[in-house]
Design a protein around this ligand. Sequence first.
Ligand code: APR
Ligand code: PHB
Length: 396
Amino acid sequence: MSELITRTQVAIIGGGPAGLLLGQLLHRAGIDAVILERQSADHVLSRIRAGVLEPGTVELLDQAGVGARLHAEGLSHSGFELAFDGMSHRIDLQALTGQHVTVYGQTEVTRDLMDARSRAGLPTVYLASDVRLEGIESDSPIVRYVRDGQSHALRCDYVAGCDGFHGVSRASIPASVLRSFERVYPFGWLGVLCDTPPVSHELIYANHPRGFALCSMRSVTRSRYYVQCDLDEKLEDWPDERFFDELRSRLDPRAAATLITGPSIEKSIAPLRSFVCEPMRHGALFLAGDAAHIVPPTGAKGLNLAAADIRLLARGLIERYRHGSTTGIDDYSRRCLERVWKAVRFSWWMTTLMHRFPDSGGFGQRVQEAELSYLVSSAAASGALAENYVGLPFED
Ligand code: APR
Ligand code: PHB
């Protein structure tokens, strides 16, 4: 069977939040894009990820025209709790930064973007297999893929690699030009989603001798809980009862007493990793989101960082198509990486602060305790935590 050839301005690889958001912003600027996604839409929506949006992310979703449900259903949080040593301390984001975060699941952001895309009749090829990038060092790249046994060639001006950590885009950049930086943590997060009211109206991050725990939520009737676990744990060894006993044992007494448990509707184990690749552009290919960087979920920066990349990429491409200027896209990698490294540092720091490390020893443990105590007793230290948590300001 012969290859079918089509053309677009921007080929977007990956239909997760990064790819979908880029598609929406480009569409609103009159720029054509096709999204190629390896999985089905249902599969993309079945992945449970973090759910805390920085104000800058909310603003961008508004600009993309997908903010309505988020404003109606998202929960505005003006603080969160840090629990350790049997006590809980509130970090007042509103007082420290004048800003709040919005709790709204990544799955819902993805759904809103998918709905907007299908309402606008924009092309997304789901179940696109064997995606290959060719000619990214030229000004006429081609993305080849197979759908239903038919081979396709998509010609374009630019390729946006929004295909996550395991995607094909980063792997298409020659090893000689790519540098990567990585830290793998010696534990994972065991997460449970359940239809019960959250233990508290705000998030609780707990550091306990048995390990880290996080009480989060998706709505006033749906909770998301995590406990730090060993990397070799098996899900079948964690029936709901054991999970909730473990969670309760890591919370402060007041929270432990008010925890309402119920059957889990999702349970998973995720390893924790920090990863950055440099540069984020090679020729006509631009990497964005998890394709270029991964942060551990402590601090919930993953989606926000992906949105920050897309903000710059969309602007750069719009400048290029509207005014013929390549300044924005030429500066893309440098400007993204500046913010990426700050969020990588913050996520690494918060992970280091809140988890029990198998090899930290007595000295490391005491330093961690001193840092937690300093953090909640110094306005300067709480302020530094808060300004990173709500998201550092954008240059523009
Ligand atoms: N071809 C086409 N699509 C691919 C390919 C491929 N070879 N490889 C991966 N994909 C798709 C995946 O199926 C996935 O739907 O790319 C998408 C990438 O989406 P995400 O992994 O969600 O990454 P991103 O859109 O960058 O989202 C940012 O924020 O909370 C964090 O890590 C979390 O996913 C989240 C991220
Ligand atoms: C979540 O709700 O899944 C969540 C919230 C905050 C985090 C990480 C995950 O820091």
